[in-house]
Design a binder for this molecule. Structure first.
Ligand code: HEC
Ligand code: HEC
Length: 322
């Protein structure tokens, strides 16, 4: 008996020492650095169509994180809408400033970052989405936008703030959050005439609605978004500018807790103007006002085809209490 107890104690001590070692390692290692993938990507040739598309995607996808509204510049900001348990995180200066922005990044370096999450210095960029399913055209259009004369990207000599991840944040970037590989093939976006396929592309490839609208960033599957836990059924946690804790909502077609009983018009109003049948939508739900109705309707069509999940969030009131 005594011997068994001693063995058990020894095991516990070993486990604790290993755990403490791992914790110290993660703590010291912080945000990891990886080898920068060697890619053969030629410079993007700008066209008016790429610029217009890039501006639209930047307004709907990049501004919420990178725009300093006071300075009207993509010089970066404190990301206040993530739960504090991840630490204090800041978006970077992505203006054309050569020292503090992306003035010295090549097109290939920018594209490598968008695809893999790895910066030109090898450091893994956190919070910044990895656009693994975005079409080559859309990716190129972002590069064209960043190099354009748009006011937001003109050089601004403001240093990017260093990241201050919490211990949990550090654990996550050393475990579940990993760089993604460069795509092996060209990625072409589906024809908008195929509404469901186009909607699927917009939700998982271009606007990444699934990233916020599935259960938790920690269980999202970047390579296969549909395998994210609670895919599109809401529940991911956010902080509003007023400091309220809110949750993303169920966008599957479950009639009681999702949007199965919504009309296409109601969906368009909610997505473009933040007016949901449940009332005004709070930040960080973006207002996708620059999207065409065609895009939003395609997303609606796609959402009707995915597995319905029953997941009540606060706005479902009585159902949530059941
Ligand atoms: C959810 C917030 C978020 C969104 C959305 C986002 N970014 Fe970022 N981005 C960040 C953060 C945070 C960093 C800094 C990460 C770090 O330092 O680890 C970053 C870094 C970058 C960098 C690297 C700059 C550097 O010096 O390290 C570029 C380039 C960039 N973002 C471009 C974009 C573009 C273009 C878009 C839109 C398609 C976009 N980002 C959307 C949060 C975001
Ligand atoms: C940055 C995270 C984020 C992104 C990206 C995002 N959403 Fe949301 N969304 C939210 C949050 C949070 C709410 C809940 C807002 C509230 O409670 O006021 C919400 C609410 C909604 C609602 C209202 C649902 C209801 O039942 O009232 C719709 C519709 C919606 N989002 C659609 C979309 C679509 C479509 C996309 C992609 C084009 C998208 N969202 C991208 C965070 C996000």
């Amino acid at each position: 008996m005594k011997k068994a107890l001693r063995i058990l104690l020894a095991i516990i001590v070993v486990v604790l020492v290993v755990a403490a070692g791992a914790a110290a390692f993660v703590s010291v290692r912080g945000i990891p650095t990886y080898e920068v993938p060697k890619v053969a990507i030629r410079n993007v040739v700008p066209t008016p169509a790429l610029l217009a598309n890039g501006e639209k995607i930047a307004m709907s996808m990049c501004a919420d994180c990178h725009l300093d509204r006071k300075a009207n510049s993509f010089s970066g900001r404190y990301i206040s809408d993530l739960p504090p348990e991840f630490g204090k995180l800041y978006s970077a200066n992505i203006t054309q400033d050569p020292e503090h922005g992306i003035g010295k990044w090549t097109d290939a370096e920018l594209i490598t970052l968008f695809r893999t999450g790895i910066g030109r210095d090898g450091r893994f960029r956190i919070v910044m989405p990895q656009f693994v399913h975005m079409s080559d055209d859309d990716i190129n259009s972002l590069v064209v936008f960043l190099r354009s004369n748009h006011e937001w990207v003109q050089p601004k000599a403001v240093a990017s703030h260093a990241q201050e991840p919490s211990f949990l944040g550090k654990v996550l970037v050393n475990t579940v959050m990993k760089p993604t590989p460069m795509p092996a093939h060209a990625i072409v976006q589906p024809n908008p005439d195929d509404k469901v396929a186009f909607g699927h592309y917009l939700v998982t490839g271009r606007y990444l609605c699934y990233d916020c609208h599935s259960k938790d960033f920690q269980t999202n599957n970047i390579l296969e978004p549909e395998k994210s836990e609670g895919f599109m059924a809401g529940g991911n946690k956010f902080i509003t500018p007023n400091g309220e804790t809110i949750f993303s909502r169920n966008l599957t077609a479950d009639p009681e807790t999702g949007i199965g009983d919504w009309s296409e018009e109601q969906f368009v109003k909610a997505v473009k103007f933040g007016q949901s049948p449940h009332g005004p939508l709070r930040l960080p739900m973006p207002k996708f006002s620059v999207l065409s109705d065609e895009e939003v309707k395609a997303m609606f069509a796609y959402l009707q085809t995915i597995p319905k999940l029953r997941n009540a969030t606060a706005e479902d009131g009585a159902i949530a209490a059941k």
